[in-house]
Design a protein around this ligand. Structure first.
Ligand code: XIL
Length: 399
């Protein structure tokens, strides 16, 4: 055992730790969290410094990959929750909440799904959401139901500019279908649409997303909030006020907002103070916006982050170095939180179970049915019996 690991264990035993983001989050009533990554065999979770930080720094976690469709659905007949459960259990054992990411994402569809015809894809969307949300009912409250349904629209044409992917082309109402299905399965869950480039109100992408919200709301489609991914970089002119301005139109539409995947990419000669300013701007904007109900960073350490797969010399996006020392961004946020006596109470959407009617187009008499792949005959594997899957390499692109 090296000196650092010994120190970490001692620190956790005597209770003196740098576990203060979580402590302040709990004290103030603010979710502050990170994505965990145990993708593959979960070996990362056995790294003491990594496990320690996950355990002690966050009061909300999300699985970076393990709950996505490709991971849960090795084939059409099987639901394998073992990896997602592992991340969920890690979070719950740390006393943290867990947000589900993500049920339907064009960029994470198993090959068996993409091979289906339109009608069967429709059924598969329903059965997937139904089985997943039944499985986690009473355990997980917040779900990213759909991720990134919209085009990279640098200017919106006034309507909704959809991402031209087969998922959309086969079922142009797949967002509505997904959200209605989710509400019908678990009426008390809080349902999110999650996307990127919405952190500047004046960007076309944000306006396009507002057009989507307006469209969904005009059709009474259930939606509780919008996730702001926030894969940003230090060069962007981000301030507390620009983030508050970006939140405002969503809040005005009665939605919660959550920062769901924050990382602040920095080139090799990283200005760590500017990185700290950007992290702090997002945190302050969230704290000052009562409808901002979660602040989640995408990764725990530069040692385990998706950023280098995007651009080779971007390695410095998280708040903790690859050797697990804290950066100015960590300290800036910690000092800011420590200086707050209280914050405005968070305003969550709540739903009385049973109060919501299900108007999903593919349902009859309020029950979601799935003719193609009955969820009652599918195999469901949980963490107790699950076998480990191989690490899969996926294509990534800037979020
Ligand atoms: C990324 C993961 O971080 C990578 O490990 C994986 O290879 C691809 O997905 N937007 C999202 C996340 O909503 O799910 C993505 O996560 C990053 C962009």
């Amino acid at each position: 055992m090296n000196a650092q690991n010994l120190l970490l264990i001692l620190a956790s035993i005597v209770g003196t730790s740098f576990a203060q983001l979580k402590a302040h989050g709990n004290r103030l009533g603010l979710q502050i969290g990170a994505a965990s990554n145990g993708w593959g065999d979960g070996a990362q979770f056995a790294i003491p410094a990594y496990a320690y930080r996950l355990n002690t720094e966050y009061n909300v976690q999300v699985a970076e990959n393990e709950c996505k469709m490709t991971n849960i659905r090795p084939n059409q007949a099987t639901y394998d929750f073992s990896d997602c459960d592992r991340a969920y259990n890690l979070s719950r054992n740390a006393g943290a909440d867990f947000r589900f990411h993500a049920a339907i994402w064009y960029n994470d569809l198993p090959t068996w799904f993409t091979a289906l015809n339109a009608a069967n894809q429709r059924s598969a969307i329903i059965s997937h959401i139904t089985t997943v949300m039944n499985y986690y009912k009473g355990k997980i409250d917040v779900y990213d139901i759909v991720n990134e349904a919209l085009a990279d629209a640098w200017d919106s044409n006034g309507g909704v500019m959809w991402r031209q992917e087969p998922l959309y082309q086969n079922n142009p109402d797949f967002v509505e279908l997904s959200l209605r299905t989710a509400r019908a399965v678990n009426p008390s869950a809080r349902l999110f649409y999650n996307d990127y480039s919405n952190h500047f109100s004046y960007w076309g992408q944000s306006r396009n997303q507002l057009n989507l919200i307006d469209y969904l709301q005009s059709r009474d489609v259930p939606l509780d909030g919008v996730g702001f991914q926030c894969h940003v970089d230090v060069a962007q002119p981000i301030t507390k006020q620009t983030v508050i301005d970006a939140f405002a139109p969503y809040v005005a539409r009665g939605l919660e907002v959550q920062i769901t995947e924050l990382d602040v990419a920095c080139p090799a000669t990283c200005n760590l103070n500017r990185q700290a300013e950007v992290y702090l701007a997002f945190l302050q904007a969230c704290v000052e916006t009562p409808r901002c109900t979660s602040f989640v960073m995408w990764g725990v350490t530069d040692a385990i982050t998706w950023l280098p797969t995007l651009q080779p010399n971007i390695f410095s996006g998280t708040i903790v170095n690859g050797n697990y020392t804290e950066k100015p961004a960590y300290t800036a946020m910690l000092n800011y939180l420590a200086g707050l006596q209280s914050i405005p109470a968070r305003q969550y959407n709540t739903h009385a179970p049973g109060a919501v009617t299900n108007t999903a187009t593919s349902t009859t008499s309020g029950t979601v049915t799935n003719s193609a792949t009955s969820t009652t005959t599918a195999t469901v594997t949980n963490s107790a019996t699950g076998t480990r899957k191989k690490v899969q390499k996926r294509s990534v692109r800037k979020g």
